[in-house]
Design a protein around this ligand. Structure first.
Ligand code: GTP
Ligand code: MG
Length: 231
């Protein structure tokens, strides 16, 4: 079974369209979608819970006293029943139409399959120049510093084998936003695949990307580097 984790914070307008769109492309695949919501004030959780009553492939988990994207993803992995685990944003930015290709990559032997904006066919066409520039600098820095063989290690859209996760989960110290970077650096998967997609800007709701996200990101890069050196 495939377990897709969708972390949400204030995604009331996006959560139902997302669930329906994802379910529609996974018709050939036994799956569950796990919403991990941090008690969003806009009632995202209530909306999803209501919907899940008539849609048994949806599970909703509400965290009352925690915040943070990476730790929400890990909580979802811990709740998951599938032998394949995935992560997708809850704001409709990640094109659900490549999910079958990502799954196919895993089912054909990859340990990790990543939705990439940085290979031909992928992109983030609506991004203003300053977001493009910071994203590309942050990506280059991560690749060089941590020797990463992925075009888009900053992607939040990826699928992996459960056994890869099980092997490293006791070493994860989720912080900030970029859980893929940590999973990659701590597991060093031997077989990866990348599938291009075009990142859509969120239509509804607000970004949680702030200045402190950038600071946390740099701290995380250096923590991972230190970890590599000592491991
Ligand atoms: N559970 C949980 N989910 C979060 C948290 N912060 C962000 N998210 C969700 O994680 C996903 C990515 O967050 P976004 O705010 O979209 O971050 P982004 O994609 O980098 O920025 P924009 O798309 O420009 O808004 C979305 O589904 C958010 O709702 C959090 O603290 N807890
Ligand atoms: Mg987003």
């Amino acid at each position: 079974m495939f377990s897709l984790i969708v972390p949400t914070y204030n995604e009331a307008a996006n959560v139902l369209p997302l669930l329906e769109a994802v379910h529609a492309v996974l018709t050939d695949q036994s799956h569950e979608i796990i919403i991990v919501d941090d008690n969003s004030p806009d009632q995202t959780c209530k909306i999803a819970e209501e919907f899940s009553k008539t849609h048994p492939w949806i599970r909703v988990f509400r965290r009352m006293n925690e915040r943070g994207l990476s730790s929400a993803v890990i909580r979802g992995f811990e709740l998951a029943h599938g032998d394949i685990l995935g992560v997708m944003d809850g704001d409709l930015s990640h094109d659900e139409r490549i999910l079958p290709q990502l799954l196919d990559a895993i089912q054909s032997g990859a340990d990790l399959a990543v939705g990439s904006r940085r290979i031909p066919g992928g992109g983030a066409i609506e991004w203003p120049w300053y977001r493009r520039l910071t994203s590309s600098m942050a990506t280059t820095l991560a690749k060089v510093l941590l020797d990463i063989d992925l075009s888009d290690p900053m992607s939040g859209y990826f699928i992996l084998r459960r056994d890869l996760y099980e092997k490293i989960k006791h070493r994860l110290e989720p912080q900030g936003y970029k859980i893929l970077l940590e999973i990659y650096c701590k597991s060093r998967p031997s077989k990866t695949r990348e599938i291009p997609f075009v990142f859509r800007n969120r239509r509804e709701g607000h970004s949680k990307l702030t200045g402190s996200v950038m600071r946390e990101y740099f701290k995380m890069l250096f923590d991972l580097k230190r970890h590599e050196a000592s491991f």
